[in-house]
Design a protein around this ligand. Structure first.
Ligand SMILES: Nc1nc2c(c(=O)[nH]1)N[C@H]1C(S)=C(S)[C@@H](COP(=O)(O)OP(=O)(O)OC[C@H]3O[C@@H](n4cnc5c(=O)[nH]c(N)nc54)[C@H](O)[C@@H]3O)O[C@H]1N2
Ligand SMILES: Nc1nc2c(c(=O)[nH]1)N[C@H]1C(S)=C(S)[C@@H](COP(=O)(O)OP(=O)(O)OC[C@H]3O[C@@H](n4cnc5c(=O)[nH]c(N)nc54)[C@H](O)[C@@H]3O)O[C@H]1N2
Ligand SMILES: [Mo]
Length: 779
């Protein structure tokens, strides 16, 4: 790998010919180019399938082709002509598979048969479905308490699968629902719920067309939500402002083109800008927002003194909010020195941002992982809410709050009950409808699930999708925790490293992907998903299943449930024979889903509604609440400080342009000029020199945490990069061994993946060592 690595200039805008080339490659690599192309044209269309990429929504009216480069990669990845069946597993022991990279593992193709680990032969071997279900039932029913099992969910699971899963697990007796959302947008929900009464975004696709200012904070849409570039571009064209807050100059945010507009590609024209780009310190966004509020307050006071029109929206504030005075007291008490030091921006920069904010009558604020993966993420989200409330930018057309979700149905999974701290209303509704006593105690989130397995308290792990041990922090520790289980089960489409860390018993259960036709007793089924704008719509697979043995996720869950519980609390075969039956159960128990089947039959689906967007505030006071949080004194965690060492740099872990979370599509990150390598560390050139290294040197990276453990990854190449001083960036999941399990957000348990204190040391000579671009081999 090392000889092929190459760091060079990529001068082209996001999208454009580079995207076309990259998509073509993914088509060809799928080995089913024509079939996939035909399927692709049905992406996000009525009677087609929902893109298994990100959670960005679409205007239901638009008849355009609705996929992007990375959506195309996701489809081609799922729908490959390569297969992993019993013959494959006969060729490799699990120990042998562990030596391969994550990229290689997933590249082997689609899982085709249920398999069970045999510890005598160290191989996975074929098992029939009924025996697999029976084995799970035997383990679950043998536990002394239902709380000894952990039920993980990744955000691709459909509403129907997720609903059946939570029904089964609650009937079994626990709320242990660690899920990918715990590592993702947890802080958005936790921040918004107490302030505006709902934990979801308040805008829809239409609002982007009406906004006159859009803030994009801690998000890289050019890679992770490419379809968002179009409304951003349209906004700039009609004279609206786009304000970006990101320490990195992300290509898609600087200038972008849409690959479906060939004329632009030919002229290589980039979009005119009406934008500003601010590059804060990692974790500095709360300070930036506090600074904006400070300017607004100063201007408000000035306007009042001069009898000029006010800056705050007093009608809105009086009618709809609580707590502004306390909040403004907190704003006044925050010093500019503190704000400048923490934000990494000057008072003048923040004045510029505040001016653009004030100029907007309809402002949308969008954010993603740059905001949510910090210790003080809830407070940061609430500071965004505060600033929006000051000018009435919640609950009017063209304005609002937009946490842009990740996985294509992560929002829906939470809506239909994947929640370790379930709302009382949900539990009451389940208890009313079904004949069982629902568990009322809090369940485990992702961190707590790992801790429980590590202690030996949790003995069964079931994963509905995902790559648990690679996506979570403290990789070696998490793998060790998983291996202590009596049983591990993964419901999956592709082989990944989590499957190779087996409990005493272990199963891999292969399922249909979203692109595939799902036939049940009553005929072809569609599943529903909810996008980031709370639109719920149907998705129908288009391609023939990768293997006749595959079962759908709902059918697998029903199989496990029936074997474990018998036909309670529902007739499991009946509910999966026609997914309308599952949707009827959802309609009866989940708020907003009345007449689900008829509503979702509309092309484009239906909107779940959002009380805050109608200025109805589901808070105890019935008003939107300002949150008077104090700016943290220091962003460095006490556990880092207690260790007594000063970090060299603060590291954020992020996605390349060629991956989907732990799924690595390829080794290039063309917008960041990296080709053929993932084991790179982006650092400012002056820091590289200051620390005594040279561009291109190999370093070992150690994170600082006060628990006596050593967390280190080796042989990363330093890349001099346009990144603010004091910061570093490197790809996830390779960097997860550095993230301490106990370093998580206040009130969220979300790992602080965007703020890790690190030290660098020169790697031992790498002569002779194969530098393998993958995680476990780095440890
Ligand atoms: N192609 C593709 N699409 C995806 C995914 C994928 O892996 N590949 N993943 C999906 C998922 S699950 C999710 S959650 C989303 C993730 O979407 P993003 O949140 O865009 O993902 P990241 O790559 O983590 O990028 C974080 C961005 O925030 C910036 N950032 C980091 N720290 C800070 C900070 O402290 N302040 C500010 N202002 N900025 C900061 C980084 O420079 C980077 O641009 O994408 C979804 N879509
Ligand atoms: N350091 C660091 N860690 C992070 C993050 C970060 O930014 N930095 N981001 C976090 C975020 S935002 C998230 S969302 C998590 C993601 O965590 P996960 O959701 O657990 O991880 P994925 O990589 O999305 O899961 C990929 C696997 O899902 C399976 N799969 C794919 N499609 C399907 C399907 O249709 N059905 C089923 N059953 N299985 C399927 C395949 O086997 C594939 O190997 O990672 C988190 N971890
Ligand atoms: Mo995510």
């Amino acid at each position: 790998m090392s000889d092929k690595r190459n760091i060079k200039q990529y001068g082209n805008p996001a999208g454009g010919w580079g995207a076309l080339k990259s998509v073509t490659q993914s088509w060809l690599q799928s080995e089913k180019p024509l079939k996939n192309l035909r399927a692709m044209l049905k992406t996000n269309q009525d009677k087609g399938f929902d893109c298994p990429g990100c959670a960005w929504g679409e205007s239901p009216e638009s008849g355009l082709v609705k996929f992007c480069e990375n959506g195309a990669k996701a489809v081609n990845w799922e729908s490959t002509g390569r297969y992993v069946g019993p013959e494959f597993f006969a060729d490799y022991t699990v120990s042998a598979l562990k030596k391969h990279t994550d990229y290689w593992l997933e590249s082997q193709g689609r899982l085709t048969h249920p398999v069970r680990y045999n510890n005598q032969t160290d191989r996975y071997e074929a098992i029939n479905w009924d025996d697999a279900f029976g084995l799970i039932a035997q383990h679950l029913n043998g536990l002394s308490s239902p709380h000894q099992a952990e039920f993980y969910t990744s955000g691709r699971a459909s509403n129907e699968a997720a609903y059946l899963y939570q029904l089964f697990v609650r009937a079994f007796g626990t709320n242990n629902f660690p899920d990918c959302s715990n590592m993702c947008h947890e802080a958005s929900g936790q921040g918004m719920k107490p302030t505006i009464g709902v934990g979801k975004g308040t805008v829809t696709f239409d609002d982007f067309e009406k906004a006159d200012t859009i803030f994009v904070i801690g998000q890289n849409p050019g890679t992770n939500h490419p379809r968002m570039l179009e409304p951003l571009r349209d906004a700039v064209r009609r004279g609206a402002q786009v304000v970006c807050l990101n320490p990195l100059k992300e290509r898609g945010l600087e200038k972008f083109q849409h690959p479906q507009h060939p004329i632009e590609m030919l002229t290589n024209g980039s979009t005119p800008t009406n934008t500003a780009y601010f590059r804060p310190a990692l974790g500095g966004d709360m300070a930036v927002m506090r600074g904006i509020a400070k300017w607004l307050l100063a201007w408000e006071q000035e306007a009042k003194a001069n009898n000029a029109p006010p800056v705050f929206d007093h009608d809105f504030i009086n009618a709809h909010t609580n707590g502004m005075d306390d909040y403004l007291t907190a704003v006044e008490a925050t010093s500019w020195e503190h704000i400048e030091a923490q934000s990494g921006l000057s008072k003048e920069d923040i004045r510029h941002a505040a001016t653009m904010y004030k100029r907007g009558e309809r402002v949308i604020m969008c954010w993603a992982m740059g905001i949510t993966q910090h210790k003080h993420s809830v407070a940061t989200v609430q500071e965004i809410v505060n600033v929006q409330l000051l000018r009435g930018n919640v609950g009017k057309p063209g304005a609002g709050l937009s946490p842009v979700r990740g996985h294509s149905n992560v929002q829906g999974d939470r809506t239909v009950g994947i929640n370790e701290v379930p709302p009382k209303a949900l539990l009451d509704a389940l208890e009313n409808k079904f004949n069982f006593v629902v568990p009322r105690e809090r369940g485990h989130n992702t961190i707590q699930a790992i801790q429980a397995m590590e202690r030996g308290d949790a003995k069964v792990f079931i994963g509905l999708g995902g790559n648990f041990a690679q996506a979570t922090p403290d990789t070696p520790r998490t793998h060790a925790a998983l291996s202590k289980c009596d049983l591990t089960v993964h419901i999956a489409t592709k082989l990944n490293r989590s499957h190779l860390t087996t409990g005493k018993d272990a199963l891999i259960l292969p399922c249909l992907g979203r692109t595939e036709v799902d036939m049940q007793a009553s005929g072809q089924q569609g599943v529903t998903v909810e996008d980031t704008f709370s639109m719920v719509h149907l998705s129908y697979g288009q391609l023939p299943p990768s293997s006749p043995e595959l079962r759908s996720e709902p059918a697998i869950i029903a199989g496990i449930a029936k074997a474990t519980l018998g036909n309670t609390p529902v007739d499991w075969d009946h509910v999966v024979s026609n997914y309308d039956n599952i949707r009827d159960l959802i309609a009866d128990t989940i708020e907003g889903f009345k007449n689900f089947n008829s509503k979702v039959a509309n092309p484009g689906g239906f909107h779940l509604g959002n009380a805050a967007s109608e200025r109805r505030w589901l808070t105890p006071s019935g008003k939107a609440e300002f949150a008077a949080n104090t700016l943290p004194n220091s962003l460095l965690n006490d556990d880092v400080v207690a260790r007594g060492e000063k970090p060299d740099l603060i590291l954020q872990t992020l996605r390349s342009h060629d991956q989907y979370n732990t799924t690595i599509y390829g080794m290039d990150d063309r917008y960041r000029n990296v080709f053929g390598a993932r084991d790179v560390l982006f650092v400012n050139e002056s820091d590289i020199r200051k620390l005594g290294f040279n561009d291109g040197d190999k370093v070992d990276i150690t994170s600082l945490w006060n628990d006596g453990r050593t967390r280190q990854i080796k042989q990363f190449m330093l890349v001099a990069y346009d990144i603010p001083q004091g910061q570093a960036a490197a790809y996830y999941p390779e960097t997860n061994p550095l993230v301490p399990l106990e370093s998580y957000g206040d009130g969220t348990f979300t790992p602080t993946s965007k703020f890790i204190a690190i030290k660098l040391s020169k790697s031992e000579s790498d002569g002779g060592i194969v530098v393998n671009t993958l995680s476990v081999s780095h440890i």
